[in-house]
Design a binder for this molecule. Structure first.
Ligand SMILES: NC(=O)c1ccc[n+]([C@@H]2O[C@H](COP(=O)([O-])OP(=O)(O)OC[C@H]3O[C@@H](n4cnc5c(N)ncnc54)[C@H](OP(=O)(O)O)[C@@H]3O)[C@@H](O)[C@H]2O)c1
Length: 402
């Protein structure tokens, strides 16, 4: 997208905010930051899937106007948990979408996976500043989301630490002078594992990320490195550079969050501790820089910053994502849906760790005319559903053959 069109809004009054996915890892960090400076924010809506008690507690603490739980059957529990407060309660997918449509100037899009797409699109269409953590929404409907932001004169602020880093050092007027973007990757928990050991990896081992404390889905994506693959597509969409100008480098210390290399030989990087509150604080304050609670980087504590080439032999998801980006059209949607399905099957101990990428590869290979252009949200949703159906079938076959 055209980064130079991101307009600076006024920040001299309390910012009205909505948090989609407030009970998750990114959502809870966002709630924590807002609760530290309640006079700077007015909370319009908080949204979760099922975590009623935590949602109600957050809504009380932040004096939110509305709390929404996506699962309709939890409405009564939410209503009871909010008894005696002025917080409105609602439930169901339509209420989630309606929450995003309410007039908050700033919306944190932190629902995990494809489920975040419809409400994120809703916020983008009405011109909100969308702080985007939900990378799957962009991967699946990049053009639609960016067109919605541009059409409404809204803003898309990257919250993913890598893209937030690039955003901070990307000079839109010098796009022609960029040699490449360098996305850093921690390498995940299996960076040094053999393929034989990876084949036996349990969900507990895959969830144990060495640097970041995150939700389950993104933790598994980090272990397979599909997370970096999704981020590759995300970087292409946000900053408008082709696949060959986005390099992935493994940097196990997670101190440099990403870089922009210019053609004059300069490389600009953003550094910080591995704490999502850094990019979230940046997005919350943007375009101003505000105080944040994350630990300060002490350079004398850093033994070394090291870099390695990623191993796409052990981490085929990197190759699959690059292929999906180059193919375009439906390929990223199908890849994402198959990945979400396979990750869930792995977490449920139905398939092995290495089966995740195999399921994705099989489903993408089965797709007829993947490069066909995507025209509408309905087409995106239909492809997502069909790819999930195929991925479930392939996962089941893998389970039987294991
Ligand atoms: N965690 C990180 O450090 C990090 C870093 C960069 C980017 N991201 C991205 O940010 C997104 C969120 O990640 P996370 O780690 O915070 O995930 P998470 O901890 O699993 O939290 C997901 C949130 O989404 C809610 N949710 C799930 N399905 C929903 C639905 N259908 N409708 C409404 N709400 C729904 C969950 O509610 P319940 O609690 O009720 O289930 C929860 O609040 C992902 O796209 C991830 O890739 C995360």
């Amino acid at each position: 997208m055209d980064v130079s069109r991101w307009p600076p809004p006024s920040v001299d009054r309390p910012r009205t905010v909505t948090i989609l996915g407030s009970t998750g890892s990114v959502g809870q960090s966002t709630v924590d930051l807002i609760a530290r400076n309640p006079e700077s924010y007015r909370v319009e809506a908080l949204v979760a899937a099922t975590s009623v008690e935590l949602l109600a507690d957050q809504a009380r603490r932040l004096r939110a106007r509305l709390a929404v739980v996506a699962e309709p059957a939890r409405y009564r529990a939410l209503k009871d948990a909010l008894a005696g407060t002025a917080v409105e309660a609602a439930a169901g997918p339509e209420a989630v979408r309606a929450a995003a449509a309410r007039p908050a100037e700033w919306v944190m899009a932190a629902i995990v996976g494809f489920a975040g797409l419809a409400p994120t699109l809703e916020a983008a269409r009405r011109g909100a500043i969308v702080a985007l953590a939900n990378k799957e929404a962009l991967v699946c409907a990049g053009r639609l989301l960016i067109e919605a932001v541009e059409g409404s004169k809204g803003v898309l602020l990257p919250v993913d630490s890598e893209h937030n880093a690039i955003f901070q050092v990307f000079e839109p007027s010098q796009r022609h002078a960029i040699d490449r973007l360098v996305l850093t990757a921690s390498g995940g928990p299996f960076r040094n594992w053999s393929l034989a050991d990876m084949a036996e990896a349990t969900p507990e081992q895959a969830l144990a990320h060495p640097n970041w404390d995150m939700g389950d889905k993104i933790s598994i994506d980090s272990a397979t490195m599909m997370n970096k693959g999704l981020e590759l597509i995300e970087a292409h969409l946000l900053f408008g550079l082709p696949s060959e100008q986005v390099e992935i480098v493994v940097h196990p210390q997670s101190i440099i969050h990403s870089m922009v290399a210019y053609r004059d030989g300069s490389v600009l990087a953003q550094l910080g501790t591995a704490d999502m509150r850094v990019p979230i604080t940046h997005a919350l304050g943007w375009p101003a820089r505000i105080d944040g609670p994350a630990a300060r980087l002490d350079f004398t504590d850093l033994a070394a910053l090291t870099f390695e080439r990623p191993d796409s032999g052990r981490f085929p998801s990197l190759r699959l994502a690059r292929e999906a980006l180059v193919t375009g059209g439906f390929a990223p949607i199908v890849m994402n849906a198959a990945n979400e399905t396979a990750v869930a099957a792995f977490l449920a101990r139905q398939i092995g760790f290495l089966d995740i990428a195999r399921v994705v590869e099989d489903v993408v290979a089965s797709w007829e005319r993947p490069a066909q252009p995507v025209q509408s949200l309905q087409e995106v949703q239909a492809a997502d559903l069909e790819a999930r159906r195929r991925a479930e079938k392939v996962s089941q076959q893998r389970r039987l053959s294991n």
